[in-house]
Design a protein around this ligand. Structure first.
Ligand code: NAP
Length: 256
């Protein structure tokens, strides 16, 4: 296989959770640009999700969009079933959506913890249970979880978030060995500080962006496009021999 062909995703069908905006939208569009059909998902922002789906369509790929809260009992099932109905199956699963509640660790409520558990871990587990059996049958599959540099550099006010990112990466580490013989790889992509809606308010505070920038060895904040190359590698034939890895796209922020 020629090198560019090993990144070609023509004929592959992908689901990217949380792909209405931010990193998820960038990953969804990159997969589509590489040739994949891509299912778009959001929880509330239907117009943004439709906009991303329109861009996928404009690239000549099949797409669909599903709105579902991953904290709902049937959230993972609804997203899976809608993706299979729209695309015929899921060859590439990117578990990108997450919630992130910021407060002092002593103030976290049971509801805060439950929200992190449900969206950032339980739904990922359930989507794996739903999507991976067909990948095993097909003897080809790619799973990419989106973690965070906070797995190794936890923010003091995001203890539940960083803990459940750890737990989600545990799924990758725990399953990669079992699924490798079946042609299914699982990896985690851990972004650093990536400019999205999520951190727009914090980065707009006077002096905060400069403070963050000064802690990043690469000397700049990241953008969703900075996550795309690694994701394409890990979701294509080019990454067939890479599994069970935790790859940081963080400009060196996670380095000691
Ligand atoms: P974002 O801009 O806040 O977008 C979040 C996405 O997740 C949206 O598509 C949103 O849908 C969806 N979502 C939120 N809550 C949901 C729920 N309960 N159920 C289902 N979907 C839900 O996020 P981002 O900054 O691009 O982050 C994407 C991923 O990268 C996350 O896993 C995050 O933890 C990780 N990450 C981000 C950074 C960073 O600096 N931005 C750093 C490290 C890791 P709606 O549009 O409908 O609300």
């Amino acid at each position: 296989m020629k090198l560019p062909d090993s990144f070609n995703l023509a004929g592959r069908r992908a689901l990217v959770t949380g792909s209405s905006r931010g990193i998820g939208a960038a990953l969804a569009l990159a997969l589509a640009e590489a040739g994949a059909d891509v299912m778009i998902h959001c929880t509330g922002n239907a117009s943004a999700a439709n906009g991303v789906a329109d861009q996928v369509r404009a690239l000549g790929r099949r797409t669909g969009f599903v709105q579902a809260d991953l904290s709902a009992d049937d959230g993972a099932r609804r997203i899976h079933d809608a993706s299979v109905a729209a695309l015929g199956g899921i060859d590439i699963l990117i578990l990108n959506a997450s919630v992130q509640i910021r407060k002092n660790w002593t103030d976290f409520t049971r509801a805060d913890l439950d929200a992190h558990y449900a969206v950032n871990y339980r739904a990922s587990f359930e989507l794996l249970q739903l999507a991976v059996p067909a990948m095993i049958t097909a003897r080809w599959g790619r799973v990419l979880t989106v973690g965070s540099v906070q797995e190794i550099r936890p923010h003091p006010e995001m203890l539940a978030y960083s803990s459940f990112k750890h737990a989600q990466t545990g799924l990758v580490l725990g399953l990669a060995k079992q699924l490798a013989p079946h042609g299914v790889t699982l990896n985690n992509l851990a972004p650093g500080v990536i400019v999205t809606d999520r951190n727009a308010d914090a980065l707009a505070r006077p002096g905060y962006a400069d403070k963050v920038r000064s802690s990043i060895p690469a000397g700049r904040l990241g953008y969703p496009a900075d996550c795309v190359g690694a994701a394409l590698l890990l979701c294509s034939d080019a990454g067939a021999y890479i599994t069970g890895q935790n790859l940081f796209a963080d400009g060196g922020l996670g380095l000691a």
